[in-house]
Design a protein around this ligand. Structure first.
Ligand code: FAD
Length: 544
């Protein structure tokens, strides 16, 4: 727990006079109630994961003052969200919606434009509107966390349904899904598993997507497409609307599950390992979004600071972390594969035997017997997560440095050995150059994988922040030159990442800008999010 406070002056959105802005907030308070409009005039408190701020990023990578809200407002209904949007249009105030604001590593609760009014939907819009035990679906508001959904399903005694969760369970089901986050059961692609949105558009109208547009339907959560253009995609990783309800599909309890872990000795084993994983994953023998993690993470996730192992500057030397690994139950290795097999024992047996035979084609590959692992071993956290039980253990590696913060490099590639090695070497080279420990993990989807590299840095040290930012920017450019793009990124890197998707003279961004100008003519909705700037900001020095 960390309670750093950072003093600052009150903030007024650019282009608005202070008196007009204060009066505008008073007007909004008349509509929402004065307790539901909070001016951000206090010191910035970072708190920690469970008590995170909603005014700024608790893991800043730029100067503290850069990405900060002027005020936070708390709607209680779709109608109140509409009122806020109409108000923002009237006064030309930039607004920035968050569900819970735990988007750590990607900007937290911070708005992209300093002085935006943050709409914290999670505080008062946190109802689970429906859990359907026949269709295996639910309908939620933005403030429903993975923990809350899991608990509600348990409380109703619906043991036949599971949810899918990311590594940390405190985020919002809607927020995570809209940012196209991932979890680790066969339902790990959250965006692919949602069905139906209710959205407040930047001009205040409300739409329901898919079957939700048909009055009296009973298929909003079971058939995502409806009729006509499939518009849902416009509302993920975008600034085209505020999602007030979302349907989500739930996984059937598979009737048994079993985690397994394999250790591989050498860095170069990554290449043949990926070649083995690909057909097994596409063929669904490897069933979940599994993780291939580097050994150094086995140490970092113990939760102790790196100084416990190495007090020098620069990345931890290999011999130092290898010495440490030898003392741990898993022993010396370079890569660990964490997976889970689902179904009753005879079904699992069938798949696990194939996996064992294939993985052991790599010389030195070992299956780790879970029996030898103590209760606090990270393996058991992965076991819970792959069974849809929310957890917080993953937070431990943030303690790797004092005042730990992190930011992610997350390029996408096919599940191929040659791509995995290219991305691994690219990341390693840049981390060495900037003197940063390299903590890579590959999350294997169905036909692609995300390499997730978390740079953990001391947020109170400007030089470390700068090194993290510079290292990331270099890696994004290096990756783009090789044809790799990020699946998601931090607020401060969105312009750069959007710019790498520039095929045919930036045709995609031109299309996004056309949509932005049509849907949000006053440019009030999350300006700059995903690199999409409305007309009145475009080309005026906002891009980073
Ligand atoms: P929010 O912060 O509320 O929202 C996320 C984004 O969506 C924001 O940019 C916001 O502007 C936009 N948004 C939110 N709600 C709305 C809305 N209603 N309408 C329009 N736009 C909206 N993430 C993963 O996906 N998988 C992981 O395994 C994972 N592991 C992590 C491990 C650690 C240690 C940490 C610190 C983070 C990890 N994360 C992971 C990142 C992050 O914690 C989660 O993705 C988290 O769920 C996102 O926060 P949130 O759900 O509160 O979303």
């Amino acid at each position: 727990k960390e309670t750093n406070t950072r003093q600052r002056l009150p903030i007024i959105p650019q282009g608005i006079e202070k008196d007009i802005f204060i009066r505008a907030l008073e007007k909004l308070a008349e509509q929402l109630g004065k307790d539901n409009v909070e001016v951000n005039d206090k010191p910035l408190v970072d708190g920690w994961y469970m008590e995170h701020p909603n005014t700024h990023d608790m893991m800043p990578i730029l100067d503290d003052e850069e990405l900060v809200a002027s005020a936070v407002v708390y709607p209680s209904s779709t109608e109140e969200v509409q009122k806020i949007v109409l108000w923002a249009n009237e006064y030309s105030v930039p607004i920035f919606p968050i569900s819970m604001g735990r988007n750590l590593g990607y900007g937290g609760a911070a708005p992209r434009v300093r002085g935006s009014v943050v709409i914290d939907l999670g505080k008062r819009m946190s109802k689970i509107l429906d859990i359907n035990p026949d269709d295996y679906t639910c309908l939620v508001e933005p403030g429903v966390s993975f923990y809350a959904l899991h608990e509600a399903i348990q409380a109703k005694g619906f043991a036949h349904m599971w949810i899918d969760i990311p590594d940390l369970g405190g985020g919002s089901v809607i927020g995570n899904t809209l940012d196209r986050g991932v979890g680790y059961t066969p339902y790990g692609d959250h965006w692919a598993c949602h069905s139906g949105l209710e959205v407040v558009l930047p001009t205040g109208e409300v739409i329901r997507t898919g079957m939700g547009a048909l009055p009296g339907n009973n298929t909003w959560q079971t058939f995502p497409y409806g009729f006509g253009p499939y518009s849902d995609g416009l509302f993920s990783q975008s600034n085209f609307g505020i999602v007030t309800k979302m349907g989500m599909t739930l996984m059937p309890n598979p009737g048994g599950h079993e985690s397994f872990m394999y250790a591989f000795e050498k860095e170069e084993d990554l290449e043949p390992l990926m070649e083995i994983i690909r057909p097994l994953r596409i063929g669904n023998i490897l069933e979940n979004v599994a993780q291939v993690r580097h050994a150094i993470q086995t140490i970092a996730v113990k939760g102790l600071p790196r100084t416990k192992y190495f007090s020098g500057d620069g990345p931890i030397p290999e011999h130092v972390f290898r010495e440490q690994l030898k003392k741990m139950p898993i022993g010396d290795h370079t890569w660990l594969y964490y997976g889970m097999s689902y179904g009753p024992p005879h079904i699992r047996q069938y798949k696990l035997e194939i996996i064992d035979k294939e993985f052991k084609k790599i010389p030195g590959a070992r299956k780790i017997d879970p029996e030898i692992l103590p209760e606090d071993e990270y393996f058991w956290s992965r076991d819970r997560i792959a069974a849809g039980v929310p957890d917080l253990v993953e937070l431990l590696w943030v303690n790797w440095v004092p005042n730990g913060a992190h930011v992610a490099f997350s390029p996408v590639s096919p599940i191929r050995g040659v791509d995995a090695m290219k991305l691994f070497n690219l990341g390693k080279r840049r981390h060495d150059e900037f003197g940063i420990d390299f903590l890579p993990a590959f999350c294997v989807g169905l036909r692609e994988m995300h390499l997730i590299v978390e740079i953990v840095y001391d947020k109170n040290d400007p030089a470390k922040r700068k090194a993290a930012n510079d290292c990331l920017r270099e890696m994004i450019d290096d990756a783009a030159k090789e044809g790799y793009g990020e699946y998601r990124t931090h607020l401060v890197l969105m312009d750069q990442v959007a710019d790498t998707y520039n095929w045919n003279d930036n045709a995609l961004m031109k299309f996004n800008e056309k949509l932005k100008d049509a849907l949000d003519p006053n440019g009030i909705m999350a300006p700059g999010k995903s690199g999409i700037w409305p007309k009145r900001y475009r080309g005026r020095g906002w891009e980073m």
